[in-house]
Design a protein around this ligand. Structure first.
Ligand SMILES: *[C@@H]1O[C@H](CO)[C@@H](O)[C@H](O)[C@H]1NC(C)=O
Ligand SMILES: *[C@@H]1O[C@H](CO)[C@@H](O)[C@H](O)[C@H]1NC(C)=O
Length: 275
């Protein structure tokens, strides 16, 4: 009995630490560690240059903070067959790599060995404040530029991400680039959360995506290309042979090989309309 209540207490504390106010999350099952699928050794082989002097994020994105962040999202890398689980993790790591890439065509070890090189957007074109959004109003003087592994942007993402994860995303958006655990949590939050009319990246990668009539008309078929569409389709999809889309695919192909899984079909989004 004692160990049962200890487990219950630790689960409760876990949920409190992970989610400030997101009750739906509490229904999720107890996490199985995904460290068996992503060892420290594999993580290091994937991110060969993230701690180079040339990378502004040097020392920031640690294996331990990634692992710790995944415990807040027990379904991540933990849904479906072993192949599906590995493919989802490879897809996630590929997308965050493109978002933070320091690679170039002739870079040492190739362009796809340079993920997690940046922690914040270098020359933002704006403060990414959508002032028409009244639910998540911008705080005066704050910039909602890209930060962290997924380069979280816009007040309407910082607000709900912070609310779910327990920090004030609107007042203190800088938290995402100065706290590595929260940084990884924001990336996983974006990956796992349905933001209608978009499905979640997670559901797409684990086969739980059910296209609507609009999705079918827009060619939004499940695959890595649809995940790209969710993340940045407005700028990148519906364009033939887009370089940014190809960079995401290049990362995914390299990582899928390292995880020893196939990538699945529909890698690009050139025939898809954005959301
Ligand atoms: C991190 O960001 C928060 C929120 O803006 C700020 O209060 C804190 O001082 C920052 N910490 C460091 C170490 O920069
Ligand atoms: C859907 O894809 C086909 C090619 O496979 C293309 O001809 C068509 O224009 C696409 N539809 C939309 C809405 O982009």
């Amino acid at each position: 009995m004692a160990s049962f209540s200890a487990l219950f207490l630790s689960l409760f504390v876990h949920m409190l630490l992970c989610f400030a106010s997101h009750r739906a999350e509490a229904k999720r099952s107890y996490p199985l560690p995904i460290s068996s699928l992503v060892s420290k050794q594999l993580f290091d082989a994937i991110f060969l240059h993230k701690d180079d002097n040339a990378c502004p994020a040097k020392g920031f994105y640690t294996y331990d903070s990634f692992m710790q962040a995944t415990t807040c999202f027990p379904q991540f890398g933990n849904t479906g067959s072993l192949t599906t689980r590995k493919r989802e993790i490879a897809a996630f790591l590929a997308q965050i790599s493109h978002e933070t890439t320091g690679g170039w065509a002739t870079a040492p070890d190739g362009p796809y060995a340079w993920g997690l090189c940046f922690k914040e957007e270098v020359s933002p074109q704006s403060d990414y404040c959508d002032s028409t959004n009244k639910k998540w109003p911008c705080f005066p003087g704050k910039s909602y530029k890209g930060r962290g592994p997924i380069q979280l942007s816009w007040n309407y993402n910082y607000g709900p991400a912070g609310k779910t994860l327990g920090f004030d995303g609107l007042r203190n958006p800088e938290t995402v680039s100065n706290n590595s655990l929260i940084a990884f949590k924001t990336a996983l939050w974006f990956w796992m959360t349905v933001q209608k009319p978009k499905p979640s990246c997670h559901n797409v990668m684990v086969g739980k995506y059910v296209p609507t009539k609009d999705d079918i008309a827009a060619n939004r078929t499940a695959g890595f290309g649809l995940v790209t569409n969710i993340i940045n389709g407005g700028l990148e999809c519906g364009i033939a042979n887009d370089g940014r889309v190809n960079d995401r695919i290049g990362y995914f192909q390299r990582y899928a090989k390292l995880f020893n899984v196939d990538t699945g079909p529909n890698l690009d989004c050139e025939n898809q309309k954005s959301f």
